[in-house]
Design a protein around this ligand. Structure first.
Ligand code: NAP
Length: 259
């Protein structure tokens, strides 16, 4: 399918690895020029080089922490006005509901609620002025069904989801859509980190921890960054202009709900 976005320009936050990289590569495959971002310059440059080699698009790499004002300023300076924004950042650490203090919550809110909101506020006005734009926020299945040990994620991402629900319906008349993609378990470094907490707690191997988790997913496997990226690229396409303010689960059926 021709996604109809060849020649458009996108910022993909937190995209040197994992789901952000999957989105960046899928957009590049559709002919979209990219501004990539992550904190670590080495992996970021490697990701940018890989995309330049595989696809005929322009790639600008900005090594910066997207959860800080300075980091966002660097990304926005490099980006200028863009057609597409993919919001992403690292997820908060796991823990127990009674142990988190104010600083832990502020960090989670900065990363997974306030940073994407700041990027939306910075980039959506120009999208509205030109009458076309796409925003996809990478959130989590924890928005639909809480993951007990990820209370910081449950809380911060639900806040973003509420903001998007109202905002998306105010900007849609200008041709700008904002939607959320909710990953279940995908085979990335983040999944390894969470599986390793089980390895440490239960004294089992990483392979066993993965197998146990995969068994809880109706698809009996983890998702891939490529299939996640393809869904993101579709949401950014010309065909998705009537999808507004939605929360789309990509979880292999893990969330047991009728709708
Ligand atoms: P990942 O494999 O660990 O990759 C994270 C990417 O984000 C890396 O490129 C990392 O590079 C970058 N990053 C992290 N913090 C950043 C920051 N402050 N500023 C800029 N870049 C940053 O993670 P992932 O699995 O792709 O997950 C992406 C998001 O989806 C996370 O919020 C995660 O919690 C959420 N999620 C993932 C899953 C899953 O199963 N994978 C499930 C549900 C939700 P640097 O470290 O160099 O900055």
């Amino acid at each position: 399918m021709n996604l109809g976005i060849n020649g458009k320009r996108a910022v993909v936050c937190a995209s040197s690895k994992g789901l952000g990289l999957g989105c960046a590569r899928a957009l590049a495959g559709a002919g979209v020029d990219l501004v990539l971002n992550a904190r670590g310059a080495e992996a970021l440059e490697a990701a940018a080089a890989g995309i330049r080699t595989a696809f005929d698009v322009e790639v600008t790499a900005v090594a910066a922490d997207i959860t800080t004002e300075e980091g966002r300023a660097a990304v926005l300076d490099a980006a200028g006005d863009v057609d597409i924004l993919v919001n992403n950042a690292g997820g908060p650490p796991p823990g127990l509901w009674k142990d988190w203090d104010r600083d832990d919550f502020i960090k989670a809110l900065d990363a997974n609620m306030l940073a994407p909101i700041a990027m939306i506020k910075a980039l959506v006005p120009a999208m509205m002025a030109q009458g076309w734009g796409r925003v996809v926020n990478i959130t989590s299945q924890s928005v639909k069904a809480p993951i007990p040990q990820l209370g910081l994620s449950n809380a911060a991402r639900t806040g973003l989801t509420g903001y998007v629900a109202g905002t998306s319906r105010q900007v849609a008349e200008k041709g700008v859509t904002i939607n959320n993609l909710l990953p279940g378990i995908h085979a990335t470094d983040r999944a390894d980190m969470l599986d390793n907490t089980v390895v440490e707690k239960e004294g089992i191997s990483l392979t066993e921890a993965r197998a146990r988790r995969a068994a809880t997913i109706p698809a009996r496997r983890y998702g891939t960054m490529d299939e996640f990226g393809a869904t993101c690229a579709f949401l950014c396409s010309q065909h998705a202009g009537f999808i507004v303010g939605q929360n789309i689960l990509l979880d292999g059926g893990a969330t047991n709900a009728t709708i």
